[in-house]
Write a protein that binds this ligand. Structure first.
Ligand SMILES: Nc1nc(=O)c2c([nH]1)NC[C@@H]1CN(c3ccc(C(=O)N[C@@H](CCC(=O)O)C(=O)O)cc3)CN21
Ligand SMILES: O=c1ccn([C@H]2C[C@H](O)[C@@H](COP(=O)(O)O)O2)c(=O)[nH]1
Length: 289
C-alpha cells in the first residue's frame, strides 16, 4: 500500500468518482438507467511512473488488450473478440441490435476499427466498405516519425455522417499526440464516460496504445491526458463506487512490450504483458445497454 497520492495518478480517478457521487446532477439517459453526471473533467497519468491499471479493483487487462488489437486491425466484427473469450461487446452484437442497421449479427458497423483504419471509405450496396478510406493510424504514426513537432497529430473516431449508423456511436471520440523531449504523450477526448465500468478500460487502453506507438516511433512515453465530457456514474453503480472508495492504493504495475515489434500493426497479444499487478478484488456491476 502507498499513501503518496502525488506519485500515483489513480488518486485523480478516485477523486473524480467522489466528486460525481457528491456533486453530480441527476439525469435521465438513453438506457433508462439514470445517472449522476458532471460535465468536463481531466485526469493526467505520467506513464513513466507506472501503467495506469486501477489497483482499487481488479481490471480485466486481457479484455482491454484484445479490444485494442481488434480496433487496430480495422475489424468491426465481434468474432475476433469472442474467439478470444472477450465478452465486453456482446450486448451490442446481437441480431436484434445489428438488424437496426441492416447488418448481420456480430457486425457492429463503422465503429472504431473502421474509422481508425478506413475513415470515409465508400460503401457498397450490401453495406460493405471499399478500402479507399483514410488509414488514420498509419498516417499518424508516419507523422510522429517524420514531423514530430506537428500540432495535427490527430485521430478521429467521430464521423458525423456515420455516427448514427452504428450500435454505439464512438465514446472515445478524438485523440491527439504530442512529442517533446523525445517523449510521446497522448490526450483523449471522451464525449461520454461511464466512470465506473468504461473509464478504467479506456484509460488503460489509451495508455497501452501510447506505449505501442512510442515503441514503434523510437520514443519514450510521456503523459496520457484523459478528458471527459458527460462524466457519469450510473445509479446502479453508486454502491460499487462507494465500496471502491473505501480501498487504499497499491503501487501501479508496469507494462512490457516485445521490443522486437516495430510496426504498429504487428503486435500480438503475446507481445504485451502487465507485470506486478497487485489489486483489490473485482467489483461486479451491470453494464447499461
Ligand atoms: N454503458 C456502457 N458502458 C461502457 O463502458 C461501454 C458500453 N456501454 N458500451 C460499449 C463498450 C463496452 N465496454 C465495456 C463493457 C463491459 C464492461 C464490463 O462489464 N466490465 C467488467 C467485467 C470485464 C470482463 O470480465 O472482461 C468489469 O468489472 O470491468 C466494461 C467495458 C465499454 N463500453
Ligand atoms: O469505451 C467506452 C464506450 C462506452 N462508454 C459508455 C459511456 C456511456 O455510458 C455509454 C454510451 O452511451 P451513449 O448514450 O452513446 O453516450 O457507454 C464508455 O464509458 N467507454
Amino acid at each position: 500500500m502507498i499513501n503518496d497520492t502525488q506519485s500515483n495518478n489513480e488518486q485523480g480517478y478516485l477523486d473524480l468518482l467522489r466528486h460525481v457521487l457528491d456533486n453530480g446532477t441527476e439525469k435521465g439517459d438513453r438506457t433508462g438507467t439514470g445517472t449522476l453526471s458532471h460535465f468536463g473533467a481531466q485526469l493526467r497519468f505520467d506513464l513513466a511512473e507506472g501503467f495506469p491499471l486501477l489497483t482499487t479493483k481488479k481490471v480485466h487487462f486481457k479484455s482491454i488488450a484484445y479490444e485494442l488489437l481488434w480496433f487496430l486491425s480495422g475489424s468491426t466484427h465481434v468474432d475476433y473478440l469472442q474467439q478470444n473469450n472477450v465478452r465486453i461487446w456482446n450486448e451490442w452484437a446481437t441480431a436484434e441490435q445489428t438488424a437496426r442497421f441492416n447488418r448481420p449479427a456480430g457486425d457492429l458497423g463503422p465503429i472504431y476499427g473502421h474509422q481508425w483504419r478506413n475513415y470515409g471509405a465508400t460503401k457498397n450496396e450490401d453495406a460493405s466498405y471499399n478500402a479507399d478510406g483514410v488509414d488514420q493510424i498509419a498516417q499518424v504514426v508516419e507523422q510522429i516519425k517524420t514531423n514530430p513537432n506537428s500540432r495535427r497529430l490527430i485521430v478521429s473516431g467521430w464521423n458525423p455522417g456515420e455516427a448514427e449508423q452504428v450500435a454505439l456511436p464512438p465514446c472515445h471520440t478524438l485523440f491527439q499526440f504530442f512529442v517533446a523531449d523525445n517523449k510521446l504523450s497522448c490526450q483523449l477526448y471522451q464525449r461520454s464516460a461511464d466512470l465506473f465500468l468504461g473509464v478504467p478500460f479506456n484509460i488503460a487502453s489509451y495508455a497501452l496504445l501510447t506505449h505501442m506507438i512510442a515503441q514503434v516511433c523510437g520514443l519514450e512515453v510521456g503523459e496520457f491526458v484523459w478528458t471527459g465530457g458527460d462524466c457519469h456514474i450510473y445509479q446502479n453503480h453508486r454502491e460499487q463506487a462507494e465500496l471502491q472508495l473505501t480501498r487504499s492504493l497499491y503501487e501501479l504495475p508496469t507494462l512490457s512490450l516485445n521490443p522486437e515489434v516495430k510496426d504498429i500493426f504487428a503486435f500480438d497479444y503475446e507481445d504485451i504483458s502487465v507485470n506486478d499487478y497487485e489489486s483489490h478484488p473485482a467489483i461486479k456491476a451491470k453494464v447499461a445497454v
